[in-house]
Design a protein around this ligand. Structure first.
Ligand SMILES: [Zn+2]
Length: 477
């Protein structure tokens, strides 16, 4: 089956055909690095990580170039740097490191390229220069503005008419704008803020131009896939197209061949946004939950649909993963000492029959792909029940291949069932188990029983063996 993707521009699903299968390019708008990321920012990262994995599988790991920008010039960065009395790079380096670590803990592969605005300044200034030369931009009062009247397709991606966009523009339009919808490419910095030299005076770029300049410089136009959150369609992506097309270059007026947008994460009834108080930080979530559970929660709904985010969603995700890990744990015991080895062709056939790849090829239908993991897990259980070692080995391999492809089931099952407990809890359980071993060694059965009851109350199941004792948390009903 071919990969089919919903293209926002075409407003329909289209078979994905890259311009060059040996160099497939994808760009996704990335973070502004001045703070911890909230979970809403993680959705596109995880969604496009699945697409990145799918493209790598299809075209080869070295054939896919995935770029995600890092906005390291921004008012909020300036404010934070001033408040701490440090250069902006201290802030941006710190929060980029945290961002990359947080996203890695959600199982997201690092993009091939992470261009930064401060390192792309020459390309940005060159692109603005080309826009002026092509009569698509004008300088006025230290600013450079994009002339929206110069691009007849302006509004095509979002489906907005010029009248809509004027109505949507702020009421007090800056006097140097020729048209209310015109947007800033370059502006003067405020006193004390970082600035860069340009032919239009010292200053800094507007936000939209960075993505177009990075795409042009790092990937080359047109790119195959441009992704981002639904909220970026207008004005950000509309402006990107206008800039990229009008800056010329030999790309036939094409900017991105497929446009993909993920839906919002809803928190209660309000749209997740940094301006709201109800921020849920990835950094905090990963202290409470395994990264795989958060990742699962983000993929349990289709990426284009809004996702209702709440504690129950992660709790359910955790339980789903528990069930799969329990199958793997049982299979490990069932297959211990057996020489049954998986047969690659049978494993492939199992994945095909389950429809796992078909689900992902159908516009990244992750809800269906996740449910197929349970089809494979049920097959594994059936094989164990029937005492079939070969079949169990094949089902286990298929489950692991599919799960790990999506960034799940990467832990040893024993470790998984202990990993959910925090360090203090683990230390307490380990101490109780040591006490119990000592009590039994001293034939103090009353104490040993009491400690066992205490462990049971903590929902801990102890498994004694010749070499000592291991433990796991009992599955929650
Ligand atoms: Zn962007």
């Amino acid at each position: 089956m071919s990969l089919v993707l919903y293209d926002t521009m075409a407003r329909e699903k289209r078979p994905f055909v890259p311009a060059n299968p040996e160099r497939v390019t994808m760009y996704v708008c990335g973070p502004t690095v001045y703070n911890y990321s909230h979970i809403g920012n993680a959705r596109p990262v995880v969604v496009f990580d699945v697409l990145f994995r799918l493209l790598r599988r299809r075209y080869g790991e070295g054939a896919v170039i995935y770029a995600a920008n890092v906005t390291d010039v921004d008012d909020k960065i300036n404010a934070k740097a001033q408040a701490e009395g440090v250069p902006i790079s201290t802030i941006t380096d710190r929060y980029l490191d945290i961002y990359n670590a947080d996203m890695a803990s959600l199982g997201a592969l690092r993009p091939t390229l992470q261009p930064r605005v401060t390192e792309t300044m020459d390309a940005i200034i060159a692109m603005i220069g080309r826009l002026i030369a092509n009569s698509a931009a004008y300088a006025a009062e230290g600013h450079v503005l994009f002339d929206t009247q110069a691009f007849s397709d302006y509004g095509k991606l979002s489906g907005r008419s010029m009248d809509d966009m004027i109505a949507g523009a702020r009421v007090d339009v800056a006097p140097y704008k020729r048209h209310p919808a015109d947007f800033v490419l370059w502006k003067p910095s405020k006193p004390g803020e970082p600035q860069w030299d340009s032919p239009w005076g010292p200053g800094r770029p507007g936000w939209h131009i960075e993505c177009s300049a990075m795409i042009d410089e790092a990937l080359g136009l047109p790119i195959d896939i441009h992704g981002g959150g639904h909220d970026l369609i207008f004005p950000h992506h509309e402006n990107e197209i206008a800039q990229g097309v009008c800056a010329g270059h030999d790309h036939g007026g094409e900017y991105a061949r497929y446009w993909l947008h993920n839906g919002f994460l809803n928190f209660g009834d309000e749209k997740m946004s940094k301006s709201l108080g109800n921020v849920v930080l990835v950094h905090e979530l990963i202290e409470k939950w395994p990264g795989e559970a958060i990742r699962w929660a983000l993929l349990v709904g289709h990426y284009r649909a809004p996702l209702e985010w709440n504690g129950e969603l992660i709790d359910q995700a955790r339980k789903s993963l528990d069930r799969l890990y329990r199958s793997l744990q049982d299979a490990g015991r069932f297959l211990e000492g057996s020489d049954a080895a998986p047969d690659p062709e049978t494993v492939e056939a199992l994945l095909r029959t389950a429809g796992f790849w078909d689900a992902l090829d159908d516009d990244l239908n992750t809800p269906r792909a996740l449910s197929e993991l349970f089809t494979l897990s049920n097959g594994l259980r059936a094989a164990m029940l029937a005492g079939q070692h070969g079949s169990a080995a094949n089902h286990r391999a298929a489950l692991l291949e599919a799960g790990r492809f999506l960034g799940f089931l990467l832990h040893d099952p024993e470790a998984w069932f202990q990993g959910g407990a925090d360090e203090g809890f683990k230390a307490r359980v380990d101490a109780l188990i040591a006490e119990r071993i000592a009590a039994r060694a001293a034939k103090n059965w009353a104490d040993a029983d009491r400690i066992r009851d205490e462990l049971t109350a903590l929902n801990v199941e102890v498994m004694d063996s010749a070499t000592g004792a291991t433990w796991r948390l009992k599955e929650q009903a």
